[in-house]
Design a protein around this ligand. Structure first.
Ligand code: 4NP
Length: 152
């Protein structure tokens, strides 16, 4: 399994999901490839937001070595599943892919824990630290579902 998780800046939500899912995959003894990207290039080359790092560290996961990158059309060839953190991200993935977009690979991240909801992981960027804790909980629960669903 090769999984890509995509948000807007690749510094708040998707780096948490990358770190948490990679941690659970390793613990489950699975040989999956996990990566994350952003649909915008504002923060390319930067490490995850300090509150994203902090909430992961509090849960025993070190994401400090991760580095923001932009989603590109070639990602459709490299991954089996591409998770969008929200509706805006889903649409932007489709736009960036243009004629090469393989949208059968793309789904809403939260549809794994809330099937058919097409719900978005709230963007904590403009908020306070508590927002990152809430996002972590949502992501942690959803990653458990992903491991349970595909990890057999
Ligand atoms: P993310 O959050 O998409 O979860 O990484 C954001 C990060 C940066 C910005 C917006 C959202 N920004 O506008 O710079």
């Amino acid at each position: 399994m090769r999984i890509l998780i995509v948000c807007l800046g690749n510094i708040c939500r998707s780096p948490i999901a990358e770190g948490v899912l990679r941690h659970k995959v390793k613990r489950a003894g699975l040989a999956w490839i996990i990566d994350s990207a952003g649909t915008e290039s504002y923060h390319v080359g930067e490490p995850p937001h300090h509150f994203s790092q902090k909430v992961c560290r509090a849960n025993g996961i070190d994401i400090s070595g991760q580095c923001a990158r932009k989603f590109t059309a070639s990602d459709f060839d490299k991954y089996d599943i591409i998770y969008a953190m929200g509706d805006d991200i889903y649409k932007e993935i489709q736009r960036i892919g243009g004629g090469k977009a393989i949208m059968s690979k793309v789904t809403f991240f939260l549809n794994e824990s809330m099937p058919g909801s097409n719900a978005s992981v709230p963007d904590p960027w403009y908020g306070e630290e508590s927002g990152y804790t809430e996002v972590y909980k949502l992501i942690d629960k959803t990653c458990n579902t992903i491991i349970h669903k595909y990890g057999r």
